[in-house]
Design a protein. Structure first.
Length: 55
């Protein structure tokens, strides 16, 4: 259950970042294929929020 929340938080955050910055590409299939720079601070915040039970 916790793993699913973390996976979803990562997926949602990376897609959000890709919408904001066109140089980041996220393709979803069996997993995620990510090309470009990721804002790790924003990703860490999203993961922490998922663990803490945030939205």
């Amino acid at each position: 259950m916790l793993e699913e929340k973390i996976e979803e938080a990562i997926r949602v955050e990376l897609k959000r970042q890709a919408q904001e910055r066109k140089e980041l590409q996220v393709d979803e299939g069996d997993g995620l294929e990510v090309k470009g720079k990721i804002d790790l601070a924003a990703l860490a915040t999203a993961i922490a929020g998922a663990i803490a039970g945030g939205p």
